[in-house]
Design a protein around this ligand. Structure first.
Ligand SMILES: [Zn+2]
Length: 202
């Protein structure tokens, strides 16, 4: 995972934790001991204090706690197919920032995303009217692809996370202001399932 070059202060330190967690996952050297954490030494009853928000796809192969070698209470995770923004998603992110003091927000797409593939299919051969439910149509409308139709799925996944990051900054004044003051890092990235690496896109 490449280091972004414009993070300062706390966001940079928090990013470094994410980065080293992904390196451990990539190298099959994870330290997470779920059994010890969940059943023995630590109690999570009184509250939570995660400083990282991950908005990712619902895909069953993408598990943020594994990808970043993180434990219970470390990540505030929002999952929706295609990792798209909506008012509900933005409200959850704002909750994590304002109430829990999260310092990093990462929109995380992934290699071979089915939602992106579905959107490409719809563009290439539009479905018969009424064959998709209104909710499914709305979801696919929110997935944004690269302009170049020759691009492959991964290019579209990257274009989508970039777009969703911009959407987030436009939909939330609070988040845009905190990012401008360098109190909050807002990143987008792609999880490569084959290498287990997270590539930062922005
Ligand atoms: Zn997906």
């Amino acid at each position: 995972m490449d280091q972004p070059n414009d993070l300062e202060g706390t966001p940079k330190q928090v990013f470094d934790r994410l980065h080293s967690g992904n390196q451990r996952w990539t190298n099959a050297e994870i330290e997470l001991d779920l059994k010890r954490q969940a059943f023995t030494s630590e109690s999570f009853v009184d509250g939570q204090d995660p400083d990282i928000v991950i908005i990712t796809c619902s895909d069953s192969r993408v598990i943020p706690e594994f990808i970043f070698d993180a434990g219970i209470g470390d990540l505030f995770v929002i999952r929706v197919a295609g990792n798209v923004m909506s008012h509900e998603v933005v409200a959850s992110i704002e909750f994590a920032i304002l109430e829990l003091d999260a310092a990093i927000v990462m929109i995380l797409g992934h290699q071979n995303c089915g939602a992106v593939q579905s959107k490409m299919k719809v563009i290439n051969s539009p479905p018969i009217e009424g064959s998709l439910s209104p909710s499914m149509t709305t979801l696919l409308e929110r997935v944004k692809l690269a302009a170049d139709e020759r691009s492959d799925i991964l290019d579209h996944v990257k274009a989508n996370v970039k777009y969703q990051r911009q959407e987030l900054l436009q939909m939330s004044t609070v988040i845009a202001e905190k990012q401008a003051k360098k109190e909050l890092g807002v990143l987008s990235g792609v999880y490569l399932i084959d290498s287990r690496k997270v590539e930062i896109i922005y």
